[in-house]
Write a protein that binds this ligand. Structure first.
Ligand code: CAA
Ligand code: NAD
Length: 279
């Protein structure tokens, strides 16, 4: 909220105008946080009735936010809600809206063919600079992107539900995504006041995995932090014991990295170093 409607950051950013397609659970939340942070937002869905409901849900969520943040100043809270709502308009015509947008965030039904059909249509009408992203939970970004001719300007922004509360956004890219697009998506995520973790098609770093599990799944510690806290020697004893009992279970297979750290005496917090350094 301190960054609220502070549009100087947005004025200098590559992404100022955002089109969110799909006004359901996720799209409404994404439109809300983008509007709160001073972006110009158009929310698109298939009917006016759905969009009315989306606007009602956004207003309801904003009221929950201001109840706490403006507890002593209800009038300022109302003014805030109105200002945010003024940053959001709605439309049932995605093809005309995207002609003036910097970023399209797709949050429609989790169906590859439907997402491809949408992006294929929008690709023909959106300006060259416009970046497309999907909020898909499970579909490969490259498969969705293949319906367009802008592979370098296509990525994934995976927000978490409820968007106004969850700090994590997984920023994912496909083989063709340019560095410029990736950087713009990281900047946009930060401008929303969210915490991006990078999800290139590769192994995540231990930091990214820990942050993702804390901010995305509500764990108080990430798995690597927790292993360091428990002690890597103790963790190895536990896993080795389970492996002995169930050698066919891949979950209990020996971990070369864990074994190496233990062999080096890096046992976690208690020795000052494990997966992380504590000195
Ligand atoms: N908008 C604004 N404020 C909200 C809100 C919303 N949608 N939801 C909660 N809040 C705020 C309000 O201030 C609320 O207080 P009021 O009820 O007085 O308004 C306060 O949070 C507390 O909310 P609740 O009492 O409803 O419940 P809670 O303390 O359990 O917090 C929660 C709610 C943040 C959602 C919490 O339950 C939580 O973190 N749940 C886990 C969510 C999670 O793991 N999400 C990931 C899902 S997986 C995913 O998204 C990926 C995918 O692809 C499927
Ligand atoms: P939802 O059903 O709440 O909303 C989807 C909205 O998209 C609906 O309002 C629908 O009318 C609209 N829609 C469908 N086809 C459309 C089209 N062609 N053009 C415009 N609007 C269209 O779904 P949701 O939960 O918001 O999920 C949306 C996406 O976000 C999915 O890809 C899902 O996997 C992903 N996601 C969901 C969650 C979650 O917890 N629900 C979390 C992260 C990501």
């Amino acid at each position: 909220i301190t960054r609220t409607l502070c549009s100087s950051a947005v004025r200098n950013a590559a992404i100022k105008h955002v089109t969110v397609i799909g006004g359901g659970l996720m799209g409404s939340g994404i439109a809300q946080v983008a509007a709160v942070t001073g972006h110009s937002v158009v929310l698109v869905d298939t009917s006016e009735d759905i969009l009315k409901n989306s606007a009602k849900n956004i207003q309801g969520s904003l009221k929950r936010v201001v109840k706490k943040k403006f507890a002593d100043k209800p009038e300022a809270g109302e003014e805030f809600v109105q200002k945010v709502m003024n940053n959001i308009s709605t439309s049932t015509d995605a093809a005309s809206v995207v002609q003036k947008t910097d970023l399209v965030v797709e949050a429609i039904v989790e169906n590859l063919k439907v997402k491809q059909a949408l992006f294929s249509t929008l690709d023909k009408v959106a300006p060259a600079h416009t970046i497309f992203v999907s909020n898909t939970s499970s579909l490969p970004i490259a498969d969705i992107a293949s319906s367009t001719a802008r592979l370098d300007r296509f990525g994934g922004l995976h927000f978490f539900n409820p968007v106004p509360m969850m700090k994590l956004v997984e920023v994912s890219i496909a083989a063709g995504t340019s560095q410029q697009t990736f950087d713009a998506l990281l900047d946009f995520t930060k401008a929303l006041g969210k915490h991006p973790v990078s999800c290139k098609v590769s192994h995540g770093s231990k930091e990214d995995i820990d942050v993702a599990m804390k901010l995305g799944a509500g764990y108080p510690m990430g798995p690597f932090e927790l292993l360091d806290y428990v002690g890597l020697d103790t963790s190895k004893f536990i896993i080795d014991g389970w492996y002995e009992k169930e050698p066919e279970n891949p979950l209990f297979a020996p971990s070369p990295l864990l074994n190496k750290l233990v062999a080096e005496g890096k046992l976690g917090k208690k020795t000052g170093e494990g997966f992380y350094k504590y000195k």
